[in-house]
Design a binder for this molecule. Structure first.
Ligand code: CDP
Length: 220
């Protein structure tokens, strides 16, 4: 387990394609903090289960992959498909999988790689479970239609022929699974700063978040 508590932690949660990853990267760059997109961990487990020829609903297979997990086992391009996103949200509902990935995330938050004085983590349960002690927590959201449009723009290159309606359908199903599961469901921490990005540019979201972080840093 982690014992050092000196790192400054920014926790960002929200549903798929809400803009949380974009905000996390920009805040990390601005403050010189390390960034961990925790979705990569669940996508990685989902991908590796599929690569073994197993079903993502196979709890024993998913738990074994999660226990032996490392980021070196796959490439970024492997995990950015709609099929892997679906597998990720299935394995992410399994308590054993979540438990196996928890230490990695906490260790990263409290011991960011050399040269970084803090860490930005984005996911579904960072403010609620992984880092409840974070300096500041954001909950980033947007309407399902806006999110589907954004995700479609990303996916249409790797999945030609995919329609916005299909993407919307997929997102809604995944939102329902992520919010409805017993293990670490997607929901804002009570003290989280809520930002709805439906009608905001990435610059506007960043400016708003930066002001809030600066205030919190001054008060700390
Ligand atoms: O990029 P997108 O928002 O579509 O998804 P992601 O952040 O890459 O996460 C993929 C899936 O992993 C989500 O649908 C969640 O089920 C799961 N996840 C989670 O349960 N907890 C996290 N901290 C991060 C992701």
């Amino acid at each position: 387990m982690t014992s050092e508590k000196s790192s400054i932690i920014i926790a960002i949660d929200g549903p798929a394609a809400s803009g949380k990853g974009t905000l996390a990267k920009r805040l990390a760059n601005f403050y010189g903090f390390a960034h961990l997109d925790t979705g990569i961990l669940y996508r990685g487990v989902g991908y590796l289960v599929l690569a073994k020829g197993k079903e993502p609903r196979d709890e024993a297979a998913a738990a074994e992959v999660a226990r032996n997990f490392s980021l070196e086992q796959f490439h970024e391009a492997d995990i950015r498909t709609a099929e892997v996103a679906r597998a990720a949200s299935l394995v992410a509902a399994m308590p054993e999988v979540r438990a196996a990935l928890l230490d990695f995330q906490r260790h990263f938050a409290h011991n960011p790689p050399a040269g970084f004085t803090g860490a930005v983590l984005d996911g579904r349960d960072i403010g609620t479970i992984v880092c409840p002690e974070a300096l500041i927590k954001f909950y980033i959201t947007a309407s399902p239609e806006v999110r589907a449009e954004r995700r479609w723009l990303e996916l249409r290159l790797s999945s030609p022929g995919i329609s916005v309606e299909q993407v919307l359908d997929d997102l809604k199903r995944r939102d329902a699974r992520d919010s409805g599961r017993d293990a670490a469901p997607l929901r804002p921490a009570p003290e989280a700063e809520l930002i709805d990005t439906s009608h905001l540019t990435a610059d506007e979201v960043f400016a708003r978040a930066q002001r809030l972080v600066d205030n919190r840093l001054k008060a700390a």
